[in-house]
Design a protein around this ligand. Sequence first.
Ligand code: ADP
Length: 474
Amino acid sequence: MRSYKVGIITIWAVAVCTLTAFLAAGVAGAGTLILAASAGVALACLAVIGVVLLQTAAALEAVCTSLESPDAPPPARRQRMLLNPLNQAMHRFLQLRTETQRKLRDHGSEVALRLQLLERQKKNAEAIIYSIRDSVLVTDACDRIVLANTAAETLFEFACTRDEARPLDQVIDHPEFVNLIRRSRQSRIPHVRHEITFGDARRLRTFDCILSCVEDEKNVPCGIVAVLHDVTREKEISQMKNDFVSHVSHELKTPLASINAYAEMLVDGEAGDAETMQRFCTIIQTQAQRLNRLIEDILNISRIESGLIKVAKAPCSLAILAQSAAEMIKSYAMEKNITVNTPAPIIHDQALGDKDMLTQVIINLLSNAVKYTPAGGTIDISLEVDDADRQVRLTVADTGVGIPPEDLPYVFDKFYRVEANKKQAKGTGLGLNLVKQIVETVHGGRVFVNSAPGQGSTFGFTLPLAAECVAQNV
Ligand code: ADP
């Protein structure tokens, strides 16, 4: 009986050792918690089975001892005494086995569910990282790329293979950035911020780069997460703002200085006769008007840019607007003996727009045409309706001095004045920018220019046709 007991204990001990080894193997790999939990359940079940078997062995031992005693029961009773504990033990064993199988089955499906959940969470996290517009790059403790989202792959022009971690310096041809990542890992600073520039001279892009050092549970650096945010546009805007402020102050200073100087001369009685006094007053008036125009233009542009301007859009005929604009600048054109030809009214040339703003656009184009056309020239305003593209196109063509090709891309910029034409007329360099803002920002149209020195210029714009006009034409 003792050897029977020893045998049971040995089986149980072997099972316990096997499970402990299984548990230890699980600790080393992924899914530690799940394996540990499974092993724990199995271990507990085996413990219960072991206890039952030991109890049975003890009962059998007790029966044998009683059978060996002098006052042992008769053979029939002996048989029952021997079989009963065995029966009970077998019954309990079968019960426990069924119970254990059920528990293991339940646990198995729970483990499968948890694995599915983990897999889904991993995929979700990856999908989020891949869809971020900023570039995200993750490196390991040996500076190899373990993850790069789509934006990072596009920026650095490489494809990140998910099963093979490639060394950073082999993939990214930017020593400064590679060194930054290396230094961040070595210095173990949790977060560092750098401004870094990528690209070639044709297209330089500036990035706000945040490098975060990732440490494991033992505080050993195990990699770097780099997030690069493109700040090129923000930098350009800030530069434009600075340029704008310095331009505005410069442009305002010039007429103000002139007004101040002539006013001082008048106050000091330096205008000896009535004619000189008249001349000084005229200069002051002209400069004050220029100042006024400048301030008006600046305010209009900034109202449009900030979206604060009130726009009253309604279908309006561009031929009618061109007529009234031509009427307004007629006297100015006549001073230079310039002929202005207006388009014949055409049907269905209506654009959905703000009448006053569009009139301002045509006046600016016409007054430029007059300003930069020598005496005796001609200005033609023409209109075309393109039903297929649902557009109306207005052009102002002059026989003026024209614009050199290198200046053409910039004539719609704020404060841009063509050097070669400066002597032709005074200006602020804001008129065409206002035209562009009104046409493109407010009305969703396009401005254009064609010009060559000595061959005149053609400025114009296209606007979407008002919807009801298109409907009428169909
Ligand atoms: P400005 O107040 O100087 O006229 P604009 O913004 O209206 O400012 O025009 C910008 C520059 O474009 C002008 O300085 C001028 O050199 C050039 N320009 C505009 N229109 C014409 C034109 N019709 N012919 C020749 N040059 C023009």
